[in-house]
Design a protein around this ligand. Structure first.
Ligand code: SF4
Length: 208
């Protein structure tokens, strides 16, 4: 079961502010937005896109500076695998009046959820420590400090398992599919932008 969500703050005037964000994903759900074709151009005329890392420059602090509820709809694809993705899920939940789990990975864990067949250490071994292409096995691993661009940073830590978005924060609606088809996405967008929505918690699929 998902986490219960308190009532959203009141709507703002003007074009709806929309955010697209990706957690642990393959990029296919981002492609699904572009695959709307002419519908994509129509969408860009109807909304103000305030966050879309795959296409627009962004800074997390700019999102943090928005008032709570300052984003009308946030579409989040991908499962939650890293501490950083957990933080983004919490941030977008605070900032968005409506949070949508976009695609099978955000909805149910999807392909990324296959990682739950192994523990985090097994995954790090296979990908970073013992892969044939790793010469020394002493590279930087998630959670370890690293210096880059003159800054001391630490890489995000793997969570103990891959989580669907609704296991991290309350989710208002789900758009299913891997990736969601243009027909499903455009139908869901129309309903969201028109405010013609079923009760919170619903899956926005044709005939649903
Ligand atoms: Fe990729 Fe499918 Fe996951 Fe979307 S739902 S991020 S297309 S694997």
């Amino acid at each position: 079961d998902g986490i219960e969500q308190p009532s959203p703050p009141p709507a703002r005037a003007g074009k709806p502010r929309v955010a697209f964000y990706w957690n642990a994903s393959c990029g296919g759900c981002e492609e699904a937005i572009v695959d709307l074709g002419d519908g994509f151009a129509d969408l860009l005329e109807k909304v103000e896109v305030v966050l879309w890392p795959v296409a627009l420059d962004y800074k997390k602090k700019d999102v943090e500076a928005l008032p709570d509820g300052g984003i009308d709809v946030a579409f989040v694809n991908g499962a939650v695998r890293l501490t950083e993705q957990d933080e983004w899920a919490q941030l977008l939940r605070r900032k968005a009046r409506t949070l949508v789990a976009f695609g099978a990975c955000a909805h149910l864990g999807g392909v990324v959820g296959l990682g739950n067949m192994s523990g985090p250490d097994e995954i790090l071994d296979a990908a970073y420590r013992r892969a044939p292409s790793i010469a020394s096995g002493d590279g930087v691993l998630p959670g370890q400090p690293v210096r880059a661009g003159g800054h001391d940073l630490s890489l995000p830590v793997l969570l103990s398992r891959t989580l669907p978005l609704a296991e991290v924060v309350p989710v208002d609606y789900t758009i299913p599919g891997c990736p969601p088809s243009p027909a499903v996405v455009s139908g869901a967008l129309e309903r969201i932008l028109a405010g013609a929505l079923p009760p919170r918690g619903a899956v926005l699929a044709p005939n649903a």
